[in-house]
Write a protein that binds this ligand. Structure first.
Ligand code: B4P
Length: 196
């Protein structure tokens, strides 16, 4: 029955390394284009904030810069999508898929992906941004040691996702080294060039 409800949903995956600006640019896209933004990281952090046993388990994994289990993230995303379907059918799925299997399972069980937006940034820039955010974010993963591990996870597990969708001509790559506004100029060019 889920598939019937989700029929017609348009999905864009938003991928980038830790601190590449995914969440930041998604917030801009929502303001200008009215998509529904679902961030796997935000959904996981909300579960942690609830203080549940499940949240405690998730927090320990995020603290190590590793990926939480596929079923856990997919379940959270699917529930969030279903609760928003009456408002919109266009979804930005931010921070997901982070490994190939996540993408395949989502497309088989939830909805096909129409496009992938990939924010490309150097490790040095991502590290600097996250250390800056770490001064005030209170996030368990914005420290030097965890950032190193998150970058490793990105290169080993998430890069193959980009290659996979690239071979289907679905990836639009944006250089995200510039300021938030400069990056958004490039995002807008792409968004305006597509029929949503
Ligand atoms: P996420 O929440 O996705 O965290 P993130 O990679 O740091 O991205 P975020 O969106 O927060 O930051 P942004 O780049 O916008 O993941 C956290 C953890 O959750 C993962 O390590 C993993 O354990 C788990 N997880 C999440 N999704 C998962 C999944 N699908 N499967 C398994 N596990 C999963 O911004 C970073 C900072 O840079 C901000 O302070 C921002 O203000 C700044 N910034 C952004 N753009 C900038 C620019 N152009 N110039 C200067 N600063 C900029």
């Amino acid at each position: 029955p889920l598939r019937e409800e989700e029929e017609g949903a348009k999905v864009m995956f938003v991928i980038g390394g830790p601190g590449s600006g995914k969440g930041t640019q998604c917030a801009n896209i929502v303001k200008q284009y009215g998509f529904c933004h679902l961030s796997s990281g935000d959904l996981l952090r909300a579960e942690v904030a609830s203080g549940s046993e499940r949240g405690k388990r998730l927090n320990a994994i995020m603290e190590k810069g590793e990926l939480v289990s596929l079923d856990e993230v997919l379940g959270l995303l699917r529930d969030a999508m279903i609760s928003k379907l009456s408002e919109t059918k266009c979804f930005l799925i931010d921070g997901y898929p982070r490994e190939l299997e996540q993408g395949k399972r989502f497309e088989n069980e939830v909805a096909p992906c129409s496009a992938v937006l990939y924010f490309e940034v150097s490790d040095a820039t991502m590290t600097a941004r996250l250390l800056e955010r770490g001064k005030s974010s209170g996030r368990v993963d914005d420290n030097e040691e965890t950032i190193k591990k998150r970058l490793e996870t990105f290169h080993n597990q998430t890069k193959p996702v980009i290659d996979y969708y690239d071979s289907q001509n679905k990836v639009h790559k944006i250089s995200a080294e510039g300021s938030i506004d400069e990056v958004f100029v490039e995002v807008k060019k792409y968004m305006d060039s597509k029929q949503w």
